[in-house]
Design a protein around this ligand. Sequence first.
Ligand code: ADP
Ligand code: TRP
Length: 326
Amino acid sequence: MRVLSGIQPSGKLHIGNYFGAMHQYIEMHDKGNECFFFIANYHALTSTTDKNAIVEYTNEVARGYLSIGLDPEKATFFRQSDVPEVCELAWVLSCVTPMGLLERCVSYKDKIAQGITPNHGLFCYPVLQAADILIYKSDSVPVGQDQKQHLELSRSIATKFNNTYEQDVFIIPEPYIKADVAVVPGVDGRKMSKSYNNTIALFETDKKTKKSIMKVETDSTPMEDPKEYENCNAYALLKLVASNEELFQWQDKYKAGGMGYGHVKVRLAELINERFAPYRERYNALEKDPDYVEDVLRESGKKARAVAQETMEKVRAATGILTATQ
Ligand code: ADP
Ligand code: TRP
């Protein structure tokens, strides 16, 4: 099975990214799937024009994935921009994509509701995402819940293209969304997201991690009273890192009362810092080895590009678009 996913270099990686997406990537290549993972730098241009930020976060995402165990021998791990054919395909696909499909996209509507003045790139973001997925003939796309609609769009666009040109050029991809980690809450209880400023960063010092965790919003039930763990943000995060045995003990403490939310947060910080310590160590070591990181991305980019070029030949032939190189 061919697995593909992308992540935007639009901010610091956070534990929502890790549990919602990155962890699944590693699992999938460990199971022997053929994996393509990439840094979606063209997508990031839809939300920033800060050149230094794009460069910095591209590097953060690259080191981030390599440090959590992504093995460049097993997975093709590259930059989106090392395969310019993806932009060519996005144009072709946008010519079979009905406007209505894009107008209905929740993530686009959300951004407008936040007061962002949309650019055209943001509007057609899902078409570029469809190009990313379809150009590599991906079967399965591991993502968090927020990407479900974009995946549905990729499927519709692939089907529309195949029907319009009466050829099975594209495989119809399946989303892979793990239900129990589909939406990791941020410190304010909303979905953890770089754009909400509510994250717990993945590659941070123990001290700063604890500081972010102490900000997790909880209700004002007094210390001595029993508390509900089901709707508690701190407990929702604890579920990601604590053993079942420990979780049962916490459930009892919530129900019994006499325990403050501060206790839960301190333990949560401990567990998160323990869990990510080896990754953070590798991440920091990779800062001293930029040539290695660049080599991985460049070599993988070549492999990915060869696959993309093959698909584009079929797309050009199907659509009647001729180029001098054919
Ligand atoms: P952000 O919302 O912080 O900008 P991205 O859009 O870059 O995150 O998401 C990268 C990947 O991480 C996607 O597959 C996305 O679904 C997943 N992801 C992001 N935030 C969360 C979250 N809070 N819970 C689960 N998965 C998430
Ligand atoms: N839209 C995805 C996100 O914000 C990133 C992305 C771009 C992606 N292209 C993709 C994810 C292709 C999966 C497949 O998280």
